[in-house]
Design a protein around this ligand. Structure first.
Ligand SMILES: [Zn+2]
Length: 222
């Protein structure tokens, strides 16, 4: 069961229908794996419903949460043993809100090498909105130390990684922004697959000393 959760603010925005499509997809994907946040989101929905009762119909949020709840019914919960071992069945790897966007077979995505041991497949990007992508980090490898101009949400789908904020396993979300500089290192027992949603290019520090914009090839690519 996840131990790193979404913020109440994000769940409120989701329940109110205020999130962009990519951030909403990340929230829905986390909700599919996290009973704790599902309970909070249900409270947000009730609270939001009370607030919205007196507003004109045109102001009412769409029913994103209810649709998510019905969509995730019947999804098997991946127990701590499976999550710890990274042993999620391939058919259950992608929770439905994510699978609906990227399909079942992630090997068919356009994977690009970002750094030694790190691949990225872009899911969607918009000029003014967040970028969503899948990241695959080889066992034991690290993403170079970086910070963010905006916020980045990184959710583990299989395997795990550790940075100075803690250890992250299936369903856990790491939330970082311009105040956080981190260097995630994948666990040694298997590759780490993550869903990342960021609203600004990453900024890499240290010896790289250059800016990395998603969708571009990294130095050293063949
Ligand atoms: Zn949660």
């Amino acid at each position: 069961m996840p131990t790193h959760h979404l913020t109440d603010e994000l769940l409120l925005d989701y329940a109110a229908g205020n999130l962009d499509a990519m951030t909403g997809m990340l929230v829905a994907t986390h909700l599919a794996l996290c009973p704790t946040c599902r309970a909070v989101a249900a409270d947000c929905d009730r609270f939001g419903g009370t607030l919205l009762e007196d507003l004109p119909a045109a102001s009412l949020a769409d029913d994103a949460l209810a649709r998510t709840m019905s969509a995730i019914e019947g999804i098997p919960f991946d127990g701590p043993e499976a999550a710890a071992a990274g042993g999620v069945r391939p058919s259950d790897l992608l929770p439905r809100p994510l699978r609906d966007v990227v399909g079942n077979d992630i090997e068919r995505l356009d994977w690009r090498r970002r750094f030694p041991g790190v691949q990225e497949a872009l899911i969607a990007t918009t000029p003014d909105g967040p970028t969503a992508s899948l990241l695959r980090i080889q066992a034991g490898r690290a993403v170079p130390r970086h910070t963010h101009h905006g916020e980045e949400y990184t959710m583990v789908l299989s395997g795990g990684f550790t940075d100075h904020l803690g250890s992250f396993r299936r369903g856990d979300v790491a939330i970082t922004d311009a105040t956080v500089q981190h260097r995630p290192v994948a666990d040694r027992h298997g590759d780490c697959l993550c869903l990342a949603v960021t609203d600004a290019p990453l900024h890499f520090a240290g010896p790289l000393g250059w800016r990395h914009r998603r969708g571009e090839s990294c130095r050293g690519d063949p």
